[in-house]
Each structure stands twice: as C-alpha cells, then as structure tokens.
Design a binder for this molecule. Structure first.
Ligand code: G3H
Ligand code: 13P
Ligand code: NA
Ligand code: ZN
Length: 323
C-alpha cells in the first residue's frame, strides 16, 4: 500500500539524496512516473494539487495512485509510493484528503501571518498524525511568476523562525523559500547573466540561508518547491514547433544536485514534465499532421516524460537505487 514520508525522509537525509515529488493529473503522467521510478529503483512521492483534484476528479486520482502501487509491483520491483496533497490551503481540504487515503499532506500556511500559519499547521498535524499521515508545512513565500520585482528578499525563509515553527506545529517536514519559484519563468532576463553561448544564467539559490536553517534544526527534513530546471531542449523544441515560450529560465541542475546532498529530502518538479509532454506532442502534430489517435501523441509524451524522470532520479536527485 501507500506509505507516509517518515521513514523515507529519514533515509534520504541520512543518505544525502532527495526523493522526487512529481505532480500528476492523468494516466500517462502516472505511467511515466511509475515506470521511471521502478526502472531506477527510486522511492516516489505522487503529488496532487487541489487544481489537479478538481480537474481529474478526487476519486479517480486516489484510485489511480492506489493502482499505481500494484502496477509498480507488476513491473517487477516494489518501490515505496507516497500519495501527497500538494499545497493544501485549508484544514478542510487536508482533512478530506486524509479521510480519502492520502498518506501525506502539505498545509501551505505561508501566506498567513506567522501565528496563523502555526495555528493552521498544528491543527492539520493533530488530525493527520492521528491517522498515520505525515505533514509538510511551509515558512517563507516563493516568489510568484509575475511578482518577480516585488520585495524578492523579504520572502525568503527566516532561519530564526524555523525551530520555533517545527516545535510548535509538530510538522514532519518543512518547505522553505531560498530563491526557487513555481512555473517555467522563474527569473526575468534582467535578473540573469548571459554566458558565452548566450544562455541565461539565473542568480544562485541562497545556500547560505539553507545552511543557517540546517544549523537551527539539524537533520530535519527540508522540502524544495519550484525546482524545475526548464531544460532548454524542450523550450527550443516547443518554439520550433509553433510554440511561444519567451525567456523561460529554471533552476540549474547543478544547484539541485547540491541541495539534494543537504537536508533537502524532497524536491518538487511539475513544470519540467509539462514542458516535456508539450514538446513531444507539438513534435507529433507538426511531423504527422494526419495523426488523430490520442495514443499517438500522448504515447510519445509519456515516453519523453519517463526519460526526463529517469534522468532526474539518476543524475540530479540521487534517489535511484535507494528503494
Ligand atoms: O505548485 C504548483 C504545482 O505545480 C501544481 O500546479 O495548481 O496548476 O496543478 P497546479
Ligand atoms: P515547478 O513549477 O518548478 O515544477 O515546481 C513544482 C512545485 O513546486 C509543485 O509544488
Ligand atoms: Na538530501
Ligand atoms: Zn510547490
């Protein structure tokens, strides 16, 4: 069956790697995640956002995730699978997921005041722990896709708050803000420098903040959201096949590799998968305009996604061979 994150995070922190948290909302994404994680023998966190639940139906997604455990075994290797609510924003949503078979939830109270965040997170933790479910909280706000110029420094996680927060809430892991953000446009060209090949190089993550956090709560599981790298090959392929993605910049893999070796034990990736699928679908549509069987474009999208996830597990997160 599904497992919570407790043991997985302990092993990941001790082992100096991070467990992939991949978002899904359809069949092909789930197939790609499970195939990639079985083949690389990696534990995996299946993430469902509230938007994904609305889009795909909560009952269907829950049963797909349960089926995925069986599917993984059929593929020939048993891997730990977590079903996790991504960015839960209310107690009611978290409770609904806990009541319906999720093994882990995130309560994202980071947009509230510090004390309100604590109160909300603690309430979720009490209910979740009574049901064997682990909880991820968040301190600090990730920059939005659009508000990149607004007070970017004031929203980083404050190391002075983390110990108090984890003690008072009882959370099992903590998402932090050290310069990542959601989506495919994490930095504006103005925030980047250009290398010799004209490639935009974003400002580095605030590793000094991460180190300070690790000093305050040694060995405590840390989560990195907004960790897509926005591979240039997908952006180029999308744009070469009729798409229009200007100035898409992500987090360089080298920095994620470094983060994975620290107490960061869960790395969230959604946008890269979206780019991989879109690139593959656009390619089929341009190269085979007569094709109208969804399997003929969703199949290649699934295969590209699987390749991407295998690469992440093996080359970036270090989660391969850890299951
Ligand atoms: O953090 C956001 C995830 O990428 C999920 O995005 O709300 O569009 O499903 P979504
Ligand atoms: P990306 O948009 O960088 O893939 O981040 C995903 C995420 O943090 C989901 O919670
Ligand atoms: Na780690
Ligand atoms: Zn996120």
């Amino acid at each position: 069956g599904l497992v919570n994150t407790k043991e997985l995070f302990k092993k990941a922190v001790d082992g100096g790697y991070a467990i992939p948290a991949y978002n899904f909302n359809n069949l092909e994404q789930l197939q790609a995640i499970i195939q990639a994680c079985v083949e690389t023998k990696s534990p995996v966190i299946l993430q469902v956002s509230s938007g994904a639940r609305k889009y795909a139906n909560a009952t269907l997604l829950r049963n797909m995730a349960r089926g995925a455990v069986e599917y993984a075994e059929e593929l020939g290797y048993k891997i730990p699978v977590v079903l996790h609510l991504d960015h839960g924003d209310t107690f009611e949503l978290c409770k609904d997921c806990i009541d319906n078979g999720f093994s882990s939830v995130m309560i994202d109270g980071s947009h509230h005041s510090y004390e309100e965040n604590i109160a909300l997170t603690k309430k979720v933790v009490e209910y979740a722990h009574a049901h064997g479910v682990t909880v991820e909280g968040e301190l600090g706000v990730l920059a939005g896709v659009e508000d990149d110029v607004v007070a970017e420094h004031s929203t980083y996680t404050k190391p002075s708050e983390v110990e108090d927060f984890v003690n008072r809430t009882g959370v099992d892991s903590l998402a932090i803000s050290i310069g990542t953000s959601h989506g495919a446009h994490k930095f504006t060209p103005a925030q980047c420098t250009k290398n010799a090949d004209g490639v935009l190089i974003p400002p580095p993550l605030k590793f000094e903040i991460l180190e300070e956090i690790e000093k305050r709560i040694p060995g405590f599981p840390i989560v990195l959201h907004g960790a897509s790298s926005v591979p240039m090959k997908y952006v180029d392929e999308i744009n070469a096949n009729g798409g229009s993605l200007a100035a898409a910049v992500g987090i360089p893999e080298e920095q994620l590799r470094k983060a994975a070796k620290s107490a960061v034990c869960k790395i969230n990736i959604d946008s890269d998968g979206r780019l991989a699928m879109t690139a593959a679908v656009r390619k089929v549509f341009i190269e085979k305009p007569g094709e109208f069987d969804p399997r003929k474009f969703l199949g290649p999208a699934r295969d590209e996604l699987k390749k991407l996830y295998m690469h992440k597990n093996v080359e970036v997160l270090g989660s391969a061979q850890q299951a």
